[in-house]
Every structure is written in C-alpha cells, then in structure tokens.
Design a protein around this ligand. Sequence first.
Ligand code: T4K
Length: 372
Amino acid sequence: MREIQPFKEPIYITRPLLPPIRLVNKKIKEIWKSKWLTNMGSQHQSLESELMKYLSVPFITLFCNGTLALQLAFQALELKGEVITTPFTFAATVNALYQNNLKPIYCDINPEDFNINPEIIEESITSKTSAILPVHVFGNPCSVEKIAKIAEDNDLKVIYDAAHCFGVKYKNRGIGTFGDISMFSFHATKIFHTMEGGALTYYNEDLNEQLDLLKNFGIKNETEIVVPGTNAKMNELQAAIGLLNLKLINKEILKRKKLISVYKENLKDMEGIEYLDDAKDTEHNYQYFPIIINQDKYKCDRDQTYNHLMKYNVYSRKYFYPLCTDYKFSKHETSYDIPNAERISKQILCLPLYGELTQNEVEKICEILKNK
Ligand code: T4K
C-alpha cells in the first residue's frame, strides 16, 4: 500500500467565500462616508432587492443570523403548542422552538434524502399542533407538495428551515417560495454568506411590516412601540459583504459541482460508501457533500473514518449527530419511532467542500478513504 502523507495545512469541512479585499475596502470607505452603519441603510436595502431577484421570491426580510430569523418567523405567525419537525438537523432549528416555548414533535426522515417523512407528519398531528417545521437537509428539497396538502387539510402553518438552500430551485421555483415562510442562513460556513446573517422569504405582504417591527424592538415610529420585538438587524458591513459575495456565488456553485463529480467518480466503486444522487427537478447549490458509511461493507465505522481522516489533517463533520432527540434538554419530548434518523446520524459524514478546494485535494481525500 502506498504511503500517503498528511496534508500540510488542515483541510476543513468548509472555507468561506471571500471577495477581493480591495473591493471590501472600497465598500468600507462607502459605509464610512455615509456614516450609516446599521438600521436598514443603503447596503441593506440593496442586498434585499438583489436577493429577491436572485432567490426569485416576492418578499424578503434580512436578519443578523438565521436562528433569530427563525425565532421571529414563529412569532410573526403566532405559533402555539406543538410544532412537527425533524430530529435530523442542526441545533438551531429546535432551539428556536424552545426559545418560543413551542414543543417539538419529532418525525422520522426518509433514507433517500434525509428529509422529514410526510407520511409520518400526518400521524403526528394533534389538537395542539400549530405548524410544521421541515428542514431541506443539505439543500435537498423536502416533499413540498405533500407537505402543502397536509398543512392545508389541517390548517397548519409551514415554516421551512432552508438554511442550506441558498439559490436552490425546485421545479424552476425558488425554494424560498414554498410554505408560509422560509429561513435562509448566511453564516460564514454557508455557500452564500454575510459573515453572520439570515433571511426570511414569504408571500404574504403583511408579514413584511410585522417582521420589520419584530427585528427592530417593535418600533413603529419615534413615539410608538407596538410589539415586544428584539434586535435582530443585519448591519451595513454584513450587507456589503453579501452584495460582494452575490457576484461570486454562481462561480462558487459551479466549482463545488465539479468537485462533487470528482468525489463521486473516485468513491463510486468503494464498497460501503454511499452518496446521494442529485434530487429530481432540482437546481442544486452543492452546499454539502454527505456520505453514508456502511460499517459492515466498509469495515470501518463512521467514527473510525472521521478519526482516520483527521490523522491526515482532514476535518470532516458529523452533521447531524447527535440527533435533536438526544439532547439532554429534549429527551423527555414526544418522539415517534425514528429508526432512519437514528441509523443515518450514526453513518453520516460530510466531507470537505468549498470552491477553493482543488481536484488534487479531493482525489487525495478519496485515496485516504481507500487506504483506511
Ligand atoms: N438551521 C440549520 C439546518 C443550520 O444548519 C443552521 C446553521 C441554522 C439553522 C442556523 O443558522 P445561523 O444562525 O448559523 O445563521 C456551523 C455553523 O455555525 C452553522 O451556521 C451551521 N448551521 C452548521 C451546520 O455549521 P459548526 O459548529 O460546525 O461551525 P464551526 O465553527 O465548527 O465551523 C466549521 C468549519 O468551518 C471550521 O472547522 C472551519 C470553517 N470555518 C468556520 C468559520 C466560522 C471557517 O473557515 N471560517 C469561519 O469563519 O456550525
């Protein structure tokens, strides 16, 4: 067996898209000149209108991060009681529910796309259910048509956690046009970012005013505070970074698409390693590259694989492990049987993926996986 040398520099799960520093400096000068640093200035307004076009959505509200955006979405829709969601997600999804005194009811996921199984959603509805909170995990669209039907039949709201979905289209529609509200994360680890940031997209124009109030202390004007809002505004520097990154995003998506094809080509005959095919009717953004490790066939479990990669300076991530149902504070919550989520969370591993990664580096990561 050929000896493989560890990478000299760490290879992380991701690296942020960085606009040329010269252009960042130019933006900073603009902001300095304006003396307008936050509270919905001109950068913020420009980013809102550019994003509406890019995401093909009728309305958008920007926030300082995706988690607060999600929390305020629940408040704007006045959710109460129980919310049906998935245990296979990042902590932010369900923590946002707890922050609003909403009770998560966990449903199992599909093994084909790791998204919530709509058949189980129906079984989980009770008189206390007010909404469904599905997550488009790794950017793969949920069963949006089935979920819309269930919501309509049972008079429930639907809030999509679309944190991974920047720019994804399903049946030629922006993914942010499904459900009552969709939340996008613009965190540094996301394909499009504003360092920290997030957005809500929606159809109902009335939500626009309500969300603007909720993110800005409930201030209607200098003498009227009309809702007990918080401070969740995106500042001008964040918005400026977003405007610069938006110019780079299409290239970044193409680079990642190419790298995923290199991964797939090199892993396709490796017994015990599986990956998802592109979903039907979907324009992907290639935010993540998850693999499933079948211990019996690969002769190595997920944790051993994670440690093996680390010896070579490769930092993969176990997104999403542990399941939300295993958090200390949520153990007592209702959960239906979740065998798929339990299995997948123990087998999943996301491999490094970002535009700056080279084809050679991807080939070497696959070589390391081969030589376990
Ligand atoms: N819903 C879902 C489904 C989500 O996945 C997320 C966030 C949210 C909601 C909430 O949205 P936000 O409130 O965050 O907008 C990361 C991110 O912090 C988190 O945003 C993301 N999901 C989650 C999946 O991943 P960690 O704990 O893995 O991040 P961290 O700091 O370990 O970073 C991972 C790697 O990225 C580092 O090893 C190196 C690289 N990195 C990271 C940062 C922050 C950089 O190269 N530069 C950086 O600035 O959670």
